[in-house]
Design a protein around this ligand. Structure first.
Ligand code: GLU
Length: 418
């Protein structure tokens, strides 16, 4: 898919894949089969705005591979969405699902809008029209969507309703991350952030860092806020947070309850008086034990990878560290990287639990969900560390190679038909 390579995220995903393919010695004739997205669907979404004007938006869905089950992944609303970026995110979902042993291929969807600029009614019409355009390509055994950046439980409820109308009865298993009242899973909303906190805490124990470690979280959306809450519960000190409006830093640690109250009241960390104002770029390079990028991709680059001052880099976002930054981090063995496809996999793991519960119409208690989630995360972290030690490779290469190898094996044993 050379025409997508102009997109920096897609190029990054391909560069990562090529390096791992080399390391794993994947046969040449298998490489393109495993790397190239299987299906890419682009639709135009005509929507009547509140003003009466009709606007046409662009929406995408990329299903990366169909070898191991239905495809799975979020739907993103962000102004930077384009096909190449969605394809990169779909590829990362594939390795993430395979690494956690979920019976899915990766997928991702996106609509190129800034969701903050639209009313609820407009967002509902955009979501419903996107869903109807996608109906031929999705289904509980084909492709299952979930929230991602800019979308949430409400978005999933509209999607489920639109799809169910077409089918003629309620089909909760068409999406995950929906409200519990219509077949969502307990714990799904918090799962990604709590998973990040669980893994960061586990790494912190391994490195024998103090319980009151300093934590910086970039991005205070669904992932970042639950990750920060989780870390605060483990006794850590949250010293820095940010969102699109900028960052706040206080080396002594915030009054976390006051910060949570401020965000609940105003919807942003902006204006919180418990620390010094700081840009997102500056915040990333402040001293801390645990740094959690939980916003956009490609924020740790060759410009700042030499300057970050953490002991643990816990990647809550998808693709936060560029290939060039990785080369620098490899020269900094004091930094323990928890790579994105492991670190933020709590979300899709509980999505899998939600899908299974929906298919069986049999729902689990929250304790059961988190017990199972932490068991999978703990086991996967151990496997990645073992692989890394065995081959003397960095954690990301270890995680990617475990995921990619699983997809290669699936394709090889199923064979090529016709
Ligand atoms: N959007 C989330 C991710 O990037 C969750 C995907 C899902 O639950 O299917 O992992």
């Amino acid at each position: 898919m050379k025409h997508l390579l102009h997109n920096p995220a897609y190029k990054m995903a391909c560069d990562q894949f090529d390096a791992v393919a080399q390391f794993l010695n994947i046969p040449e004739n298998m490489r393109e089969r495993v790397k190239a997205p299987k299906r890419m669907v682009t639709v135009s979404i005509p929507v009547r705005l509140d003003s009466g004007e009709v606007k046409v938006f662009e929406g995408h869905r990329v299903q990366h591979h169909l070898t191991l089950g239905p495809t799975k992944g979020g739907l993103r609303y962000h102004q930077s969405v384009e096909l190449g970026e969605v394809a990169a995110l779909a590829m990362w979902m594939s390795w993430k699902c395979a690494l956690a042993d979920l019976p899915y291929g990766g997928a991702k969807g996106g609509v190129a809008i800034d969701p903050h600029k639209f009313s609820m009614g407009e967002l509902e019409r955009i979501t419903r029209r996107y869903t109807s355009e996608m109906i031929p390509f999705i289904g509980p055994q084909t492709d299952v969507m979930a929230p991602d950046m800019g979308t949430n439980e409400q978005t999933m409820a509209w999607m489920m309703d639109t799809y169910s109308h077409q089918i003629g009865h309620a089909v909760p298993s068409i999406v995950t991350g929906k409200p519990v009242s219509i077949g969502g899973s307990l714990g799904r909303k918090e799962a990604t952030g709590r998973g990040v906190a669980f893994l960061a805490n586990r790494a912190s124990d391994m490195l024998k860092l103090p319980d009151d470690s300093r934590v910086i979280v970039q991005g205070f959306g669904n992932v970042g806020s639950y990750a920060a809450t989780g870390m605060a519960k483990f006794g850590a000190k949250i010293v820095g947070v940010s969102d699109v409006s900028g960052g706040i830093y206080n080396p002594k640690g915030f009054d976390f309850q006051a910060l949570e109250d401020h965000v609940a009241r105003t919807g942003s960390v902006k204006g919180f008086s418990g620390g010094e104002k700081m840009s997102n770029e500056e915040l990333l390079i402040q001293p801390c034990e645990i740094l959690i990028p939980a916003a956009m991709d490609r924020v740790i680059t060759d410009k700042n990878a030499g300057k970050i001052q953490c002991r643990i880099l816990a990647e809550g976002a998808n693709g936060p560290t560029t290939v060039e930054a990785d080369a620098i981090l490899r020269q900094r063995p004091e930094i323990f990287v928890i790579p994105d496809i492991l670190c933020n996999s709590g979300g899709v793991i509980v999505s899998y639990f939600e899908w299974v519960q929906d298919l069986q119409s049999f729902f689990w208690a929250e304790t059961e969900i988190f017990d199972k989630l932490y068991r999978i995360l703990g086991r996967t972290l151990d496997t990645v560390l073992k692989e890394s030690r065995k081959h003397n490779i960095d954690h990301r290469t270890a995680a990617l190679s475990l995921g990619i190898q699983k997809v290669v094996n699936g394709k090889a044993i199923r064979g090529l038909f016709p």
